[in-house]
Design a protein around this ligand. Structure first.
Ligand SMILES: NC(=O)c1ccc[n+]([C@@H]2O[C@H](COP(=O)([O-])OP(=O)(O)OC[C@H]3O[C@@H](n4cnc5c(N)ncnc54)[C@H](O)[C@@H]3O)[C@@H](O)[C@H]2O)c1
Length: 447
């Protein structure tokens, strides 16, 4: 049967608007022949491990507020029982809480587990959940070293369970625009890329106050943060990395400070330190972290100048891809403003994008584009991001995951292969800095 465009869009409109209305009441639409039936929605049973800021907000409170017609939170787990209880109240959840993950999965029988712990424990919970029969949605980075990455691959293959990696940056309008332009081949075949990412003195500094400041927990910013950027590049180029060479240094934070203390709250240098940060002004953070300190000793407002900090704040990475594209990438964590600049050199032209992120992740950001064809014109235009978490991207991603919205024509949904390929660049870069030599991706993992 052929359906004309007008009829198709009328049906799509009816189906979408009725689904939205029915969703609120716990029904979904079923299409049988030419007739639409309403049927009750079977809610997906979800459990979550890691009830920190990300787990309790986007994957906790937001899920319960906006998606409770399609899912049910059946269990919450964290190693810190005080944070766990506060987070449960903050989310408005009514399910049981656990400090033992396996007990939670056995007793609450979730279909899907969401992993939002500290990075170095993602692999442990991803594999345990799949072994116990659950699908997994995990925050980035997928893991922090190559052994964990290999284990996730092998476990997924053996158990047949589904793994989603929540690469929200793929849903930002600027990232989508870049993908569309590259797909249109207006600049021909991409041969090389210049990619520079800037973290500012607020957001950048925050990594040095938290567990992220230690390689053993975060894998360094080359894994924790840059996994987003490498994933974008792998997706934009539809290419796989083969070799990495990197340099890294710590030039501002850690041992570079002239004064230091253990934490801001009790610091004798409050007045003179540019990086003084007053956690007591934020009631939510006080409840989530300071009031839970007695359980695990984790200090959320630790000094950015602690001598033990062992990650870099100044990083340069060269990547070679399987299709001969090369990328020069940099990440700097004490810039006066935040955003990125990317330039794609193609056989027929060049695409430049300059993206300015507002300090608050909930406010719009702006992107300036410059598309130039060899021997021809230059076209410039600007884009505004959406509003909401990560400039609107979080909402679009959650709709895709939990409501199957959109057709994923640009293949924005990411799985284990995407997760592994992006962290492998960061892990190879870390090894390259430590061993002062280029690192081939195949030295790390058999994909
Ligand atoms: N995609 C994004 O844009 C984005 C944004 C923020 C955070 N994240 C990711 O979310 C994750 C959580 O980050 P966060 O900012 O919420 O950190 P956080 O420190 O606020 O929360 C981490 C939680 O994990 C818990 N935890 C630590 N070890 C554990 C263990 N062994 N078992 C169970 N729980 C454990 C901690 O007690 C804490 O509650 C990280 O992996 C981070 O990369 C992603």
């Amino acid at each position: 049967m052929t359906v004309n465009k007008k009829e198709l869009s009328r049906r799509q409109f009816l189906s979408t608007s009725m689904s939205a209305a029915l969703g609120v009441t716990g029904y979904s639409l079923m299409n049988k022949g030419n007739l639409l039936f309403a049927q009750p929605v079977k809610k997906k049973r979800i459990a979550l491990v890691g009830t920190g800021i990300r787990g309790s907000s986007l994957w906790g409170k937001t899920l319960l507020q906006d998606y409770s017609d399609v899912l049910e939170m059946v269990g919450l787990c964290d190693i810190n029982p005080l944070r766990l209880e506060y987070s449960k109240r903050y989310m408005g959840a009514t399910c049981p809480t656990y400090t033992d993950f396996q007990k939670m999965v056995k007793e609450t029988r979730p279909e899907t587990v969401i992993v939002t712990t500290m990075d170095c424990y993602h692999a442990k919970y991803i594999c345990l959940a799949m072994e116990m029969g659950c699908d997994v949605i995990t925050e980035k980075p997928l893991a922090t070293d190559e052994t964990m990455a290999q284990k996730i691959f092998d476990t997924e293959k053996r158990t047949g369970k589904k793994l989603i990696v929540t690469f929200n940056y793929r849903y930002n309008p600027d990232a989508v625009k870049i993908k569309e332009i590259l797909l249109s081949r207006e600049i021909g075949e991409v041969t090389s890329v210049d990619f520079n990412y800037y973290l500012d003195v607020y957001h950048g500094a925050s990594y040095f106050r938290r567990w992220h400041g230690f390689k053993q927990f975060s894998g360094s910013l080359l894994v924790h943060k840059a996994t987003h950027h490498y994933d974008l590049m792998n997706w934009w180029l539809a290419a796989e990395p083969t070799e990495v060479n990197a340099y890294g240094d710590l030039r501002k934070y850690g041992h570079n400070g002239t004064v230091r203390s253990s934490r801001c709250m009790t610091c004798p240098h409050k007045q003179g330190c540019e990086f003084f940060w007053d956690i007591t002004r934020n009631e939510h953070l006080m409840n989530l972290y300071v009031n839970a300190e007695s359980a695990d000793g984790y200090i959320r407002d630790a000094c950015v100048f602690r001598k033990r900090i062992n990650i870099w704040d100044t990083m340069n990475v060269q990547v070679q891809y399987h299709n001969r594209v090369t990328m020069s990438y940099s990440l700097n964590a004490f810039m006066p403003y935040e955003g990125y600049s990317v330039g794609f050199n193609g056989t027929k032209g060049r695409l430049d994008a300059r993206v300015y992120h507002n300090q608050s992740w909930k406010v719009q950001s702006f992107a300036d584009f410059r598309l130039t064809r060899n021997f021809k014109d230059t076209q410039t235009f600007s884009l505004k991001s959406g509003e909401g978490g990560h400039w609107g991207a979080d909402r679009i991603m959650q709709d895709r995951i939990f409501r199957n919205s959109g057709d994923d024509l640009l293949e924005q949904g990411a799985g284990s292969r995407d997760g592994v390929l992006s962290i492998l660049i960061g892990i190879a870069a870390r090894r390259s800095i430590e061993q002062e030599r280029p690192f081939a991706i195949e030295e790390l993992v058999k994909i």
